[in-house]
Design a protein around this ligand. Structure first.
Ligand code: HEC
Length: 155
């Protein structure tokens, strides 16, 4: 009896494991959208306090800038997998992504790469702690956000 229970439990766990693997390999479009919106929410969360410091709305804190910039850099590399095919507004209602992301994917990829490059530079410059240099690089990075939103996100 004990043995049987053990086998039942083991196969139950195995089944669960397989299910989880299958879901991870083939996520639902709604979950992909949730993922990319979460990534951008976190990008915005980390970008905003740097912006506030650059505008003089908050006191400059080099360590905080460096930490937030590191997160933005890391999240910029996590963003692309949130744009799997079949997750546009024709399939999922709750999204601000425009269909052009998939019909002009070359242009979208370029905008994503520009963002990743500027975010990586921002993280590097932030480590140096020079407020003026950070301000300049923050401006460049913010431009890459705007450039993509203008073309590929509904207002
Ligand atoms: C390569 C394109 C691209 C770049 C670069 C980009 N975004 Fe976005 N962003 C999008 C798209 C597309 C959406 C809409 C996602 C959706 O609704 O499915 C979005 C959504 C957002 C959202 C809303 C998230 C939510 O649903 O609550 C925020 C905040 C945001 N972006 C901030 C930023 C910031 C800040 C930057 C730059 C530091 C940035 N984005 C760079 C394409 C981009």
């Amino acid at each position: 009896m004990k043995k049987l229970l053990g086998i039942g439990l083991a196969s139950g766990l195995l089944g669960l494991g397989l299910l989880t693997a299958a879901q991870a390999a083939n996520p639902k479009p709604e979950d992909v959208v949730k993922y990319r919106q979460s990534v951008y929410t976190m990008i915005g969360w980390n970008f905003a306090p740097i912006g506030a410091m650059m505008k003089g709305e908050a006191p400059f804190d080099a360590a905080a800038v460096a930490r937030h910039a590191d997160y933005v850099k890391m999240l910029s590399t996590a963003a692309p997998e949130g744009f799997a095919k079949g997750t546009g507004p024709d399939v999922v209602k709750n999204t601000e992504a425009k269909p052009e992301i998939w019909t002009k994917s070359g242009e979208f990829d370029t905008k994503m790469k520009n963002f990743q490059q500027e975010a990586a530079s921002l993280a590097e410059v932030a480590r140096g702690g020079d407020e003026k240099a950070i301000k300049a690089q923050f401006g460049k990075t913010a431009e890459t956000c705007k450039a993509c939103h203008k073309e590929f996100r509904k207002d």
